[in-house]
Design a protein. Sequence first.
Lengths: 155, 168
Amino acid sequence: MPQWPVADFDPVRRLHVIAATTPGAARIGEAVLDAPFERVWSLAQDLERTMPLWIPDVRTVRLLTPESTGAPLQARIHGHTRLRATFAIDLAPGWCLMQSRLVLGGMAARPETDRTTRLAFLGGLRFPGARLLAPALRPFTGNPLARFAALLDEE
Amino acid sequence: MQEPPPGLAELVRAAQGGDQLAVGRLLDLITPYVRRLCGPIALDDGADATQEALIAVFRKLHQLQCPDALFGWVRAIAVREAVRYATRSARSQPAELGELPAPGDPQLAADIRDVLSRLSPEHRAVLLLRDLEGLDERQTAALLAVAPGTVKSRLSRARLSFRKAWQQ
């Protein structure tokens, strides 16, 4: 019996689904970076070290020891402004989604070619009516992808 | 269609309550199924159709009353979205059913994708629902909002061609 075609899908598209269906307000941006997937993701998934270097409002990230085996990963994040929250995190190759009570953040990556990678970044507020506060997202979203590209060049 | 896994009700309720990590886990669960539905209908636009279908599913998630009905509910939304997306696409150029390869044509077994590409998105949807998903004529017609007679008359020839080819 022949195989019916199966549609492609990837983590960047998955993050677009999350962005389009977040109850509050979410901004998503993406860029093609001049580096292979493995290099981009090894930098992106190093949350404690690199998030403060490329996400504008993040000052410190401290991963918390899971309470039990299989418990979700958590991090305490402090910002330069009012951001100060504990985030639950889903982290997998090419995928990171993190949420606190009020804030949603995420990044997703897929190989574009052997030498380039598409990276998407999501910043959002998780409560209804947050769209009215869209300007408040700017410190969190800023232009992180340009900063990430610069970080890639430096390292 | 898949059986609902354990813990599905809690996961659906959490996602309906705005827990985006639960939305992510629910996405993991239903994305393979939506890809299998959108692929044969939207073909080259399958990835875009899958993304649009998943957005439609999660925007309507609050309407899902019974989590055990998740996969049937997802199927209805995904198939309609895939037909809508493929119909809108400029690449969709349906041909007459008479142009289908005859049963036994080696082309059928060699390239089902090529055969599907010669059907309209609605024809592909009916083939998928009847032959892969096992829906009957009435269920298929209801899902696609067409008359049962239309499903029967317009698709019988196409389906026969596919079945005979597959059974060889």
